[in-house]
Design a protein around this ligand. Structure first.
Ligand code: NAD
Length: 291
């Protein structure tokens, strides 16, 4: 299949490389002018998109997605698919889908989880919103770049699934870290707490698969000096998107709001930028109740 890939950064680069490895002709574009080996570089987003059956985008945020979509949609043939894999606000995803539909182009929002490691290994999870016909066409390509794909519903449903998941993740990571810091102060060994919680009702992915305490549970960024992994500033980005969506939908999300504020402070005021999001544990461990 003739494919285009716009945004060849930390995620998009390895994803495009996996499509090339699977035998697809991929024309790419990135404002940096760089792309992985095997991707034919175009001089603009429009040029990359022209003639492509599927145009993938993997961009930093909603405003940039809207800008790129406005450039590529007029260059795309009716029936071609614009598949955005970035994490953006639900409103931008829906606006792009509407603009595409007006031009006869099919749009999918297909954000991923799995990070840079998953992008390189082709083991991402795709959460997809958009029409079934577009999903059926792109599904085999998701299978090249990922291990699991869920069709979540209409336009915006993929982004909705992603931010709901990450709002749970942000809140459970904070709850797990503050509980471990409390256990420290109560004189309870972290490994014993892990043994109990990981098989009890307090367990979550944050404790069992990504334990924020070094030397406890399976290997995680905590065992690597809290190098990401999933950086705290990316968690903050996703939490902010969850609160934008909650605002727009008039949903009451007090835990999500507090998690957003704690990650904001951590990233902007407390040196958390560049650290894994599980580095909330040393943050709590160093604090007292009055701080
Ligand atoms: P990145 O900054 O490495 O890549 C984005 C790329 O887009 C850059 O190479 C940039 O030059 C390019 N770009 C910016 N404006 C452009 C334009 N107008 N036209 C063409 N290219 C343009 O970021 P990333 O880590 O690859 O993340 C991409 C998206 O994936 C983000 O939305 C992020 O939230 C999401 N995401 C990232 C991770 C992760 O672990 N890095 C995990 C899941 C989801």
């Amino acid at each position: 299949m003739t494919l285009a890939f716009i945004g060849l950064g930390n995620m998009g680069g390895p994803m495009a490389a996996n499509l090339v490895r699977a035998g697809h002709a991929v024309t790419g574009y990135d404002v940096t002018g760089r792309g992985p080996e095997g991707v034919t570089l175009a001089s603009s987003a429009e040029q990359a998109a022209r003639g492509a059956r599927v145009v993938f985008t993997m961009l930093p945020d909603g405003p940039i997605l809207r800008q790129v979509a406005a450039q590529v949609i007029p260059a795309m043939a009716p029936g071609a698919v614009l598949c955005d894999c970035s994490t953006v606000d639900v409103t931008s995803a829906r606006a792009v889908a509407e603009q595409a539909a007006a031009a006869g182009v099919l749009a999918l929002d297909a954000p991923v989880s799995g990070g840079v490691g998953g992008a390189a290994a082709g083991t991402l999870t795709f959460m997809v919103g958009g029409p079934a016909a577009a999903f059926a066409l792109v599904e085999p390509l998701f299978a090249v770049m990922g291990r699991r794909t869920v069709h979540c519903g209409d336009a915006g449903a993929g982004q909705a699934a992603k931010i709901c998941n990450n709002m749970i993740l942000g809140a459970t990571m904070i709850a797990t870290c503050e509980a471990i810091a409390l256990a420290d102060k109560l004189g309870l060994d972290r490994a014993r707490l892990y043994d109990v919680v990981s098989t009890s009702s307090g367990q979550s992915w944050s404790m069992t698969a990504y334990c924020p305490a070094p030397g406890v549970g399976p290997a995680s960024p905590a065992d690597n000096g809290y190098r990401p992994g999933f950086a705290a500033e990316l968690m903050l980005k996703d939490l902010r998107l969850s609160q934008m969506a909650a605002e727009a939908a008039d949903a009451d999300t007090p835990m999500g709001r507090l998690a957003t504020e704690l990650y904001r402070r951590f990233v902007e005021d407390e040196g958390g930028r560049g650290q894994d999001f599980s580095a909330m544990l040393p943050r709590f461990a160093a604090r007292s109740r009055g701080d």
